[in-house]
Design a protein around this ligand. Structure first.
Ligand code: XCC
Ligand code: SF4
Length: 637
């Protein structure tokens, strides 16, 4: 039986839990994938359409009939519309998260919300200054109110100007390049194809509109709007989430944390927070760790309350508060199966509906809190920022109340636990570099670091959990490529010990020397998925320092186990920002040869960033290194 588990995950803790699942007959996401076989080939190629009720239509991939949908749509039209919609959904998820942060900042600034406060005034002033907001002689609440207004305006403004956050954060050279492409495309085709986003909400709605029945059928124009929408996520929606969360909860600082299921403690009330928004999770941590709640836990026979994170809200907590992380996305069912989780508290995104049913096999309280992610079978405790303290108390109490119902005979916590050094916000990176990116640029110019690879994205049950993440990361650092990243990749890397200082030993000589001098691991945790914006800001700082475009830099991205629509948005905004991005598994575009060509070759020529597909960590690392060397040669280094 362990044979099967070993095929499913590279994480020893997961393998143990999968063995247990098999013994106890708990159904897992891996089992459900098997039941879905064979999966639809049209869907995999992207050539099925159900945008109207004359369909569903599908296109024969072998060039035989049917070659067109009922309305006459080609495979490329169908593929392009489907991909555009994926990016719109992904961008909207990140950006709506950013909106929540912006609205909360406003409420705090005007004194309407008393349950939250501004933690990082220095960051507030830095963001305000960058946005051109006057800070001299003003109270920090006045400044915060203005920052919130600028952010909120990015969502709903109706003029044609690029979004303010993008204007103030994206390097000038990239903005100019995007403008040039817009002009060039108009001159060449006579069609208006915009790349600079006007409003966050608008660009997603634009995609919904243009992919409605009987609108845009042109793959190129659909793909350009997809890039525009994704850019509104990277340089505004997600960036707003990151910047404002830093203001509210503090900019991450370097710290050592623990990762993997071993962070759960059998003697404590264990509360896992899963999802994405620190507005909920920060509060739950604050309340759970209060003396009042610790005492309440002791009263029911526990040693106290232990909080652990999962997925991206877990990343937010570990970056800012040093809270241990129980695992990445594929750990969410496994964590409940330990039988030691009193409450799994979730907000939005990446939460399997299956968790409700699985929780019923245990005493675990599966608590949903957000009206945008209600799950049948869960206990819903509606979260409300204005009553955050009271509601968080109720949530933590529900966990404590469940402790006496724990069935000790069902408890099994794998002992696996790794140390990880995390907290690499751009601010911290600059601090360790002595205040400017110059030392990093020098190390790259000298070749001790060949370039920088950003790895992001999910676990995908179709890929052996964490294997690609770990092996690719190791292959890259071995080649003297500094690896930075976010999301479930970061958790996978942390669990594998790749963010421990000892990982320096796995790096090539050049990278190792730099990491030793700076006392950092060769693999840097930059946060949650919305924090991919931190990587954009870092890339921007490098580009401005050298007075080049981002696309000139020896940077490359990868999402080697991706699965969500948010990952499509992230990949696309990196491409739109000039960074080549590797994807595995292949996105559902291969049924559209023209779309595939636009996103690979076409994008390379136009944007400098482009997608490429490669299978296997070694082949991918090799290709990523080649790209970096190509960029180095062009820079003359
Ligand atoms: Fe993917 Fe974001 Fe979700 Fe993990 S949590 S599964 S999007 S990597 Ni952000
Ligand atoms: Fe078929 Fe066209 Fe309707 Fe799509 S939009 S389902 S291709 S008729």
């Amino acid at each position: 039986m362990s044979e099967l588990s070993r095929k499913r995950s590279a994480d020893p803790a997961a393998i143990e839990m999968l063995n247990l699942a098999e013994r106890k007959q708990y159904e897992t996401i891996w089992d459900r994938l098997e039941k879905q076989q064979p999966q639809c080939g049209y869907g995999q190629l992207g050539t099925c359409c159900r945008l109207c009720t004359m369909g569903p239509c599908r296109i024969n991939p072998f060039g035989e009939e049917p070659t067109h949908g009922v309305c006459g749509a080609t495979a490329d039209t169908i593929v392009a519309r489907n991909l555009a919609r994926m990016a719109a959904v992904g961008s909207s998820s990140h950006s709506d998260h950013g909106r929540g942060a912006a609205l909360l900042l406003k409420e705090v600034a005007i004194g309407k919300n008393k349950d939250y406060r501004i933690t990082d005034v220095e960051k507030l002033k830095a963001v305000a200054t960058r946005l051109g907001i006057n800070t001299a002689g003003r109270s920090y609440l006045e400044i915060a109110s203005d920052v919130a207004d600028v952010a909120i305006n990015c969502f709903g403004k109706q003029d044609e100007e690029p979004i303010i956050f993008l204007q103030k954060y994206m390097p000038k050279k990239r903005i100019e390049r995007l403008k040039e492409i817009e002009t060039m495309l108009f001159e060449k085709t006579g069609k208006k194809m915009g790349l600079l986003p006007r409003g966050i909400d608008r660009e997603a709605v634009d995609i919904l509109h243009r992919t409605h029945f009987g609108c845009d059928a042109d793959p190129l124009s659909l793909m350009m709007q997809t890039v525009r929408c994704a850019l509104s996520d990277g340089w505004a929606g997600s960036l707003i989430a990151t910047e404002i969360q830093d203001i509210l909860f503090g900019t991450p600082t370097i710290k050592t944390v623990k990762a993997n299921l071993g962070v759960l403690d059998a003697e404590y009330v264990n509360i896992i927070i899963h999802g994405h928004e620190p507005i909920l999770s920060e509060k739950v941590v604050e309340i759970a760790l209060s003396e009042e709640m610790q005492e309440a836990a002791r009263k029911v026979g526990a040693k106290g309350v232990n909080v652990a994170g999962l997925c991206c809200t877990g990343n937010e907590l570990l970056m800012r508060q040093g809270v241990g992380i129980a695992g990445n996305e594929l750990h969410s069912e496994l964590a409940i199966m330990t039988g030691a989780v009193e409450a799994m508290v979730v907000d939005v995104q990446c939460i399997y509906p299956s968790l409700a049913k699985l929780s019923n096999c245990f005493h675990t309280q599966f608590i949903t809190t957000n009206e945008q992610a209600a799950i049948p079978g869960a206990i819903h405790i509606q979260f409300d920022e204005e009553k955050a303290n009271d509601i968080a108390r109720k949530i933590v109490q529900a966990g404590i109340d469940a402790f006496p119902n724990r069935d000790k005979s069902k408890v099994y916590i794998p002992s696996n636990i790794s140390n990880a050094i995390v907290g690499f916000s751009v601010e911290e990176i600059l601090k360790i570099l002595g205040g400017s990116v110059a030392p990093l640029v020098d190390a790259i110019a000298k070749g001790s670091i060949k370039g920088v690879a950003g790895i992001v994205g999910c676990n995908n049950v179709k890929v052996k959990q964490d294997l690609y993440h770990q092996e690719l990361t190791k292959e890259l650092i071995k080649r003297d490529i500094l690896v930075i990243g976010t999301g479930c990749w970061a958790i996978g890397a942390a669990k594998a010990g790749l963010m421990d200082i000892s990982a320096q030993g796995l790096a090539g000589e050049g990278l190792k020397a730099v990491c030793k001098a700076l006392d950092i691991p060769p693999v840097l945790h930059m946060g949650s998925c919305v924090d991919c914006s931190r990587m954009l800001v870092l890339a921007g700082a490098l580009a401005e320092h050298l007075d080049v475009d981002i696309s000139d830099l020896p940077l490359v991205g990868s999402a080697p186990e991706w699965m969500t629509e948010k990952a499509v948005a992230i990949g696309t905004y990196f491409v739109g920002s000039g960074v080549p991005v590797h994807l595995w598994p292949a996105p559902p575009i291969l049924g559209g040869p023209e779309v595939t060509k636009i996103l690979t070759e076409g994008a390379k020529e136009l944007l400098g960033g482009y997608f490429f597909i490669e299978e296997g960590p070694e082949a991918t690392a090799k290709r990523m290194e080649e790209i970096i060397l190509e960029k180095r040669t062009a820079l003359g280094i």
